[in-house]
Design a protein around this ligand. Structure first.
Ligand SMILES: [Zn+2]
Length: 124
């Protein structure tokens, strides 16, 4: 399924340039198991070629994603507390809805921007 998040990650079929579902493409990453279970490949819904993530480097990705994750979470919490939205009663921190929104609006998009560095390859 193509979502707003797929557009952020912008993972495309190298053959026909069709935008792919980022969550499905992530399942083809052998180095990192997905909570939805692994997939050996993803079939492009345009040209039916078999696709998967090619150049995943665990260490490099960790070094990039952890600061991006923490930075975007801190930034999102700052924005929400600055605007006074979804605050927990009697504290500066966000409530549960605020926490979920920070995750959905700041953390996930920021981490998916990092996915633009990954390449999709065609299995022969
Ligand atoms: Zn294709």
């Amino acid at each position: 399924m193509i979502t707003f998040y797929s557009h952020i990650a912008n993972m495309r079929c190298p053959t026909c340039d069709q935008l792919q579902s980022v969550f499905q493409v992530f399942r083809t990453n052998e180095a990192r198991p997905s909570i939805w279970g692994p997939l050996p490949f993803l079939e492009c819904n345009m040209c039916a070629r078999k696709l998967r993530i090619a150049n995943y480097n665990k260490t490099l990705h960790f070094l990039l994603v952890v600061p991006v994750f923490l930075g975007s979470a801190a930034f999102g919490m700052f924005v929400f507390s600055y605007l006074g939205l979804f605050e927990r009663a009697g504290s500066e921190g966000p409530n549960f809805v605020g926490f979920v929104l920070v995750f959905a609006l700041f953390v996930v998009p920021a981490v998916l921007l990092c996915a633009r560095l990954l390449k999709v390859e065609v299995l022969s």
